[in-house]
Write a protein that binds this ligand. Structure first.
Ligand code: PGA
Length: 269
């Protein structure tokens, strides 16, 4: 693991109830407090690891209060491009900040594939998040067909470039750029039990950093690039040991407190 502070984010997707969400958040907070990471440091301003829970929108405010005393942070699973107005069903970045949320997942492949998020819309969401002081986690990744056609890097670079161009044209400051992270999530690995090998993932992560670096070297060296796609305890350590893998975006395994805490341990060690 490089010197960048890793992030482990649990993407709860469309799962759970008010009761199970509270129980899961409490169990994760307790599990992390009990592990040998130097709990005092974990609770301080600069913990060695950032751990995020990304529940459905409706549970964010309540969970923010519940985990306020712990080192856990909250993220949303999506955000509106627009700041306010007649956009029924949308949730604005400022509203997320307002309820204690600090991060937001943008461009998850499920939003891209099922809800029509284009590269341009995703870029708009990243800008909206940054303008409201939220840290966006930009998801990129290729489908099975794109990988089989040898197009992995072309696809990932395109998804990234559109956002990088938006950062330039939106005159996003150096400090704001540091708030963004990227999650490389090969679509074929999400929820399938298949995982990219550490070496394959590392190759894409290094390319992501290099692509960012061609525009902004300072941003690239500080950029956290998370891996996502069937991360579990059994593969987390090998993935996180790679030089350009700075943590993980965890789906299914994030719904199991013990499994998620063990993945966090792997990222912190
Ligand atoms: P998974 O999901 O860990 O269940 O594969 C990851 C994600 O979709 O972020």
């Amino acid at each position: 693991m490089a010197t960048r502070r890793p992030i482990v984010a649990g993407n709860w997707k469309l799962h759970g109830s008010r009761q199970t969400s509270r129980a899961l958040a409490v169990a994760v907070a307790e599990g992390l407090a009990g592990i040998d990471l130097g709990p005092a440091r974990l609770r301080g301003e600069n913990p060695p690891l950032e751990v995020l829970l990304c529940p459905p929108f409706v549970y964010l405010a309540e969970l923010a209060e519940l985990v306020a005393a712990s080192h856990l942070r909250l993220g949303a699973q999506d955000v509106a491009v627009e700041e306010a107005g007649a956009f029924t069903g949308e949730v604005a970045a400022a509203m997320l900040r307002d309820v204690g949320c600090r991060y937001v997942i943008t461009g998850h492949s499920e939003r891209r594939a099922l809800f029509g998020d284009t590269d341009e819309r995703v870029a708009g969401k990243v800008l909206a998040a940054l303008r409201a002081g939220l840290s966006p986690i930009l998801c990129v990744g290729e489908t099975r067909a794109e990988r089989d056609a040898g197009d992995t890097l072309t696809v990932v670079r395109r998804q990234l470039q559109v956002v990088l161009e938006a950062l330039d044209s939106g005159q996003v400051s150096a400090a704001e750029r540091q708030m963004m992270s990227v999650a490389y999530e090969p679509v074929w690995a999400i929820g399938t039990g298949l995982t990219a090998t550490p070496a394959d993932a590392q190759a894409v992560h290094a390319d992501i950093r290099a692509t960012v670096g061609r525009r902004d070297a300072t941003m690239a060296s500080a950029l956290r690039v998370l891996y996502g796609g069937s991360v579990k305890v059994s593969n987390a350590k090998d993935l996180f040991a790679m030089q350009d893998i700075d943590g993980g975006l965890i789906g299914g395994a994030a719904l199991l407190a013990g499994e998620f805490v063990s993945i966090c341990k792997a990222a912190a060690s």
